[in-house]
Design a binder for this molecule. Sequence first.
Ligand SMILES: [Zn+2]
Ligand SMILES: [Zn+2]
Length: 346
Amino acid sequence: MEKMKGLVKVKPEPGAELLHDLPVPEVKGDEILVKVKCAAICGTDLHIYDWTPYAQQRVKPPMVFGHEFSGEVVEVGPEVKKFRVGDRVAGETHIACGMCFQCETGNAHICESMKIIGVHTEGCFADYIKIPAGCGWKLADSVSYEVGALLEPLGVAVHSVLADAVNGMSVVIYGCGPIGLMAVNVASACGATRVIAVEPVAEKLAIAKKMGATHTLQPGKDDVIAGILDLTGGRGADVIVELSGNVQAISECFRGLRKGGRVTLAGLPNGPVTLDLVDGVIYKEAKILGVTGRRMYDTWWQIEALLGAGKLNLEPVIGGIFPLERYQEAFAALHAGRPGKMLLTI
Ligand SMILES: [Zn+2]
Ligand SMILES: [Zn+2]
């Protein structure tokens, strides 16, 4: 049987091992086999690598992890109609059941029995990954494999920013991790008149500027709320997209929102958050939208349209590109807080 290399969470402890004698997955039914070309390291992968309580509750070693990827279809199961060998694809991470209330009412991205690639099934930090054909997204010829590996997290940015209107509006993005940076780019591309990036790390704000931020505010140095009010005629921002997951930022951001404005919450706090509901939400008639993942497949069509029209510039979000063999350097860069997305070529 053909063997492949892959980055494996071998034991329930920190770290991972690159193994070279893994079996190449066998496809059947409606599955496709993808030769992975490029993969991106997500916050979830860092949890798995570091073996945090979040990972301990979800992952069962040994398994290949990783879920953000692009590659080429090299084999299709007998029931596959959507793809042919040679197609270039990116992967949707969520495997929806297709049968529950949410799936049947157009909300497959919050399926009641969701499985996640690289968490519940074998992941993409390997030569090959097997996925249901329904999780493949065909890449346009103009999209590189590097950008292809960014589409899954880009989808979270698109879903968060475009959960309601932004055109002609002031938009504040809290948090300039990779998804926050891409959210800045999407808001700018989609006609926001002001895009205000809020982030404590100066280097990340510099990237946000390259990606379309018209203004930046640095907590710890700037008075963020005063800054937002100042930039919005004292009214507050029309839209706030919270992608930092920082408990204090979530609690505070409502003070920078205008009456009747919209807050999208997509960053994950690591505990309960206190909100001033009276002045922050109720008297303001604030609209709060929780957002997770990508709408399947509305968000992917929006990504296709934005990329196809040349509206996005994702290059600045790439923080480093490493061959899979040098995975330790990529994880070390993340541990060191290096800005941007770390990619692995395979
Ligand atoms: Zn991810
Ligand atoms: Zn379902």
